[in-house]
Design a protein. Structure first.
Length: 388
């Protein structure tokens, strides 16, 4: 069986006697036309099946070949039940996947077979590089490498990624081999020659040979879950999206997305998998961090845009806006202004009288950053309590 030339984004299957296409790539769009590299992997269809646009990866391909973008594809394929995966890349090294398509077909020797491949943006189905895994983009909790064939974050791609005494299992998990008697002296269950933790291995979830299927990509506490939409296991076992501070959460593409935040809270740190939700007890964000909280010096807190807290004794770090916000946070009362000193040393202050006590906040000149509580409104001195 032969895969005939890839012409203008059209894949031809073996046995074609003419240049007419016998297989199409309906969603070729920019994923195929802009590909720097194209890889075709052929799997034994009895053991490996399509999981959407990728193969479930339970076994290595029986045939694999890469082609420069735009080049003709000629590849002899053994007849039989086959699962065929096409992957497009934006780099010549085949590390940055952009799209993937998978199809299953029974191929007979010497006969043409029409295949249908629909490329899907790889960003919607998993990792495309090790960097994506290092940043928490999908895969198991221990996943730090991107399996370039399955587009899943794994612990290992080859034995070289594991420590001494361990090898890399088909699931991408570092595990020691079973002993000569088929036992596991160091713990685990002997599955396929490896001592496997059946509470975490997606190929042996809950027992040897109990592979997770139907889109499930994680084995968490011996149960198969779909990491891409599990709020309790978003991109990794135990990666629970925070619903205690949000108005609801979902987990598309291994990343927590929140419906919204309650009044007064904000979701500022949105780095994947964004497990902390509406982590900020403030109504706005300052970059990817929470809005700074200030203390008004008499027991109340306030926020003032993204201004950092002032430095006591350094008048340049205080502003009238901060003094205004500090006064607004104090118990309700009668507001006024106060000028301390005169000439070039004059200081502007705001006051609030409440319950027989006057609080004074200053925001300019030498006593900026000082707050004073007294029976009557008076000017703080450098020995008065600091306002921060």
């Amino acid at each position: 069986m032969r895969l005939c030339p890839l012409v203008v984004g059209v894949l031809l299957a073996a046995g074609c006697k003419s240049t007419a296409p016998c297989a199409t790539v309906p969603a070729m769009n920019e994923l195929l036309t802009n590909a720097v590299l194209v890889r075709v992997d052929v799997y034994d269809g009895a053991n490996v099946h399509c999981a959407g646009p990728i193969a479930d990866g339970q076994a290595p391909p029986i045939l694999s070949h890469t082609f420069p973008g735009g080049a003709a594809v000629r590849l002899d394929v053994p007849p039989g039940q086959r699962t065929i995966v096409m992957t497009t890349y934006s780099d010549a090294s085949g590390l940055l996947a952009t799209g993937s398509a998978c199809t299953e077909s029974s191929l007979s020797s010497g006969h043409a077979a029409c295949l249908s491949l629909s490329l899907v943006d790889i960003g919607n189905i998993g990792c495309s590089s090790d960097d994506a895994c290092a940043n928490g983009d999908g895969g198991a909790t221990s996943g730090r490498l991107c399996d370039p064939r399955r587009h899943q974050c794994v612990q290992c791609v080859s034995a070289a990624d594991c420590k001494s005494g361990e090898s890399c299992s088909a699931a991408g998990q570092c595990a020691p081999p079973c002993d000569a008697s088929g036992g596991c002296a160091g713990g685990g269950t002997c599955c396929g020659g490896f001592c496997i933790d059946t509470s975490t291995d997606p190929l042996n979830c809950g027992g040897c040979g109990s592979a997770c299927t139907g889109g499930a990509t994680l084995c968490c506490a011996s149960e198969c879950v779909t990491s891409a939409n599990s709020v309790a296991n978003c991109g990794g076992c135990g990666n629970a999206c925070d619903t205690s501070h949000s108005l609801g959460a979902s987990c598309p593409a291994n990343n927590c997305v929140y419906t919204g935040c309650p009044t007064g809270r904000a979701d500022c740190n949105q780095a994947a998998p964004n497990l902390d939700g509406c982590e900020c007890p403030t109504p706005m964000c300052c970059g990817t961090g929470c809005q700074p909280m200030h203390l008004n010096g008499i027991g109340q807190s306030y926020v003032e845009q993204c201004s950092p807290p002032g430095t006591p004794g350094n008048e340049s770090t205080y502003s009238v806006a901060m003094a205004t916000a500090a006064r607004a946070a104090a118990p309700a009362g009668t507001d006024g202004n106060l000028t301390c000193g005169n000439g070039s040393m004059a200081t502007s202050c705001l006051t609030r009288t409440s319950g027989g006590t006057c609080s004074t906040w200053c925001y300019a000149k030498t006593i900026a950053g000082r707050v004073l509580q007294a029976a009557t409104c008076s000017c703080p001195t450098t020995s008065s309590p600091a306002w921060n």
